[in-house]
Ligand binder design. Structure first.
Ligand code: PEP
Ligand code: MN
Length: 367
């Protein structure tokens, strides 16, 4: 895929105090006092951008749906008094117009909006020709990478280059651990195909629980994400939305100081040589792995031919059951996670069946 995106480096549109970029503030702006008190607590932590939701996309009606335009004034006051950039969520052209009128610096498109190409296109059109604004795009609620990428393309085609991605996890039926599953391979794949897009992790909406925020933030840092967006409230338990996941500015300070920020690369020659040595070991092992897979597949083909000659079905449940049990036990003995090995075998088995079905078909056409 050729992603022809023209994205400005993060440092060109935000005065980054230090890595990671930190966006913090309440889920919702509730009152001018609540917003200002929270923002003051964050100012001393050197937070880069203050966030607050003004229009809240609530799952069910009759919950707090945000302060609306009034709240934009409170956000503008925070910006003026504390001299910090501010950001809010926008979901339609009217929100954009109002946010720009109040000089909001950063707009983000929420997960429930990114899912709709119509809504994203309307907003891109409303942003055409707008300068000095940054737009962050939250991942769509379901794990469809192309929908996320499509939003960047629409905004970029409208001339917006100050762009960033927010990884906030994906809707899940099983909410026992996370409110939204992180599915890390999606932001990792985004990084691979569009390395120019800064990625900010939102551990608040991934976890839904304040106790897990540190763990997810650290993981995002270990994956070399560029920033964090963390919901922060002066009195979290009394928050009008997302109370369980909000933390005090003080707690945010603790989390930020405990995070281990690792670097992407180093000029330490001894380290680099050792890493290179280990990587070449991995390369050799991988070559052997692929060779062994090829050998296995050659035997699978032989079995396929043999089954064909004897008119036996490709899939035999008893044999498959045996393989699954035995390979999981083998994995356990070798100190590997049996689930990991079982998953690999499911893929290998699927490919074996595909190969043997091909062989069976070849018989039918020959006959
Ligand atoms: C939010 O940031 O408050 C929000 C509504 O997030 P999301 O779009 O990720 O649900
Ligand atoms: Mn929220």
């Amino acid at each position: 895929m050729n992603l022809n995106l023209n994205i400005a480096p993060l440092e060109t549109w935000v005065n980054l105090k230090k890595k990671p970029l930190v966006i913090a503030g309440p889920c919702s702006a509730e009152t001018p006092e609540q917003l200002m008190a929270t923002a003051r607590g964050l100012q001393s932590l050197k937070v880069d951008i203050i966030r607050a939701g003004i229009w809240k996309p609530r799952t069910r009606p009759n919950s707090f749906e945000g302060a609306g335009e009034e709240g934009l004034k409170w956000l503008a006051d925070v910006k003026k008094e504390l001299n910090i950039p501010v950001g809010t969520e926008v979901a339609n052209p009217e929100h954009i117009e109002l946010a720009l009128k109040h000089n909001i610096d950063v707009l983000w498109i929420g997960a429930r909006t990114t899912v709709s190409p119509f809504a994203v296109q309307e907003m891109a059109d409303a942003l055409r020709g707008v300068k000095n604004v940054a737009v962050l795009v939250k991942n769509p609620t379901h794990p469809e990478l192309n929908l996320w990428i499509g939003a960047f393309e629409r905004l970029n085609q409208a001339g917006i280059t100050n762009l960033g991605a927010i990884h906030r996890g994906f809707a899940t039926y099983d909410k026992s651990k996370f409110r939204n599953q992180p599915v890390w391979q999606i932001p990792i794949e985004l990084r691979r195909i569009a390395p120019q897009i800064p990625i900010i992790c939102d551990p608040s909406h991934i976890t839904g629980k304040r106790d897990l925020i540190f763990e997810i933030s650290q993981k995002a840092m270990d994956l070399n994400f560029d920033g964090l967006m963390i919901e922060t409230h002066i009195t979290p338990d009394k928050a009008w939305s997302d109370a369980d996941q909000q933390i005090t500015p003080e707690k945010l300070g603790e989390i930020l100081s405990e995070l281990k920020i690792r670097v992407d690369s180093t000029s330490n020659q001894v380290f680099n040589d050792h890493l290179e040595d280990l990587r070449s070991k991995i390369d050799n092992i991988d070559r052997e792995l692929v060779e062994i897979l090829a050998q296995r597949m050659a035997v699978v083909e032989k079995i396929g031919e043999y089954k064909k000659e004897n008119n036996i079905t490709t899939f035999q449940v008893k044999r498959w059951d045996e393989i699954m049990k035995n390979r999981a036990e083998l994995a356990k003995k070798m100190g590997l996670n049996p689930e990991f090995v079982t998953e690999i075998y499911k893929i290998i088995h699927e490919e074996s069946i595909r190969k043997q079905t091909e062989i069976m078909k070849a018989v039918e056409t020959k006959a």
